[in-house]
Design a protein around this ligand. Sequence first.
Ligand code: ATP
Ligand code: FE
Length: 355
Amino acid sequence: LTILGIESSCDDTAAALVRLDGGAAAVLASVVHGQTMLHADFGGVVPEIAARAHAEKLDIAVREALARARLTLAGVDAVAVTAGPGLIGGVLSGVMCAKGIAAGAGLPLIGVNHLAGHALTPRLTDAVAFPYLVLLVSGGHCQFLIVRGPEDFARLGGTIDDAPGEAFDKTARLLGLPQPGGPSVEREAATGDTSRLRFPRPLLDRPGCDMSFSGLKTALLRARDQIVAEKFGLTRQDRADLCAGFQAAVCDVLAEKTRRALSLYMAEAPAAPLIAVAGGVAANGPIRAALTDVAAEAGARFLAPPLELCTDNAAMIAYAGAELYAQGHRDDMTLAARPRWPLDSASPAMLGSGK
Ligand code: ATP
Ligand code: FE
């Protein structure tokens, strides 16, 4: 079974081919065209610019993926596409492109939830059995999911405001460090003192797995301004200490909430307990280390897929599409693009063209 995957829900135009052979999955090709340069002057992704760039680049990405996999559409069994959630112009571009290919080549069409793509990635890279726990932690998302099947997710909690990646990016902006903020802040934090500036650990005093990261940004702004007022500027060390204090707070919050999510998950008595991370923030060394420790404490295996499959890509969409296809799932030309699509709700097909 060979599936073409298409992803365009945020600022990456991606196409991939994934082959499913019995239980084993292989990525034949995965093409990602980022748009960072296009949005660099605006301090964030501009939806209209993103949509136009997707519309221009999608067929190029598909062609490139087919060429790299040495395939034509004749060797493809189905087309899977991100049908939401995301920036609607981008999602629409991808869905229209996929419908065109499906209609033109007479292939089945499968609408995939972008978050399901992230959540199923551990099964693309490793022989992981249901149920497993996933912490999805990226620029736009932060949530714990028990993955019980390709369409069966239980959300245990998540951020009530910003995602951690967003907080890293804002921190970098406030300190004049380059974007994306995650890697810059991590680099600075490496030489910083985590004990000099104490940042809050939001919501740790409340039960459950919900998190909040927007207050951290305000705390960082205040700490920065106080140092600037006292010393008329920031030294390299001040910046490093601010980054270290901020990163330590994010680490502590993620670690404690993961501990709680793990105990809820372990109550289901999984045969082979496993927690996996997905999303760009999973690249962070100290966060990975903290999660590894928490998993070991709970007696669960910790899995971090390769980074290029953790950040937005189309291989995860093709793979999720393959799992849905294997379950008999098919969409048709009424497949709707959805800006919002919570993972633990029905699929667009079940909702009738997504209304
Ligand atoms: P989505 O939320 O839809 O998955 P996204 O593009 O916002 O998409 P990703 O591509 O998964 O998210 O990840 C990008 C985010 O990950 C950015 O916010 C970036 O700062 C963060 N990030 C990348 N590397 C690191 C790191 N080493 N430490 C912390 N954060 C990081
Ligand atoms: Fe994503």
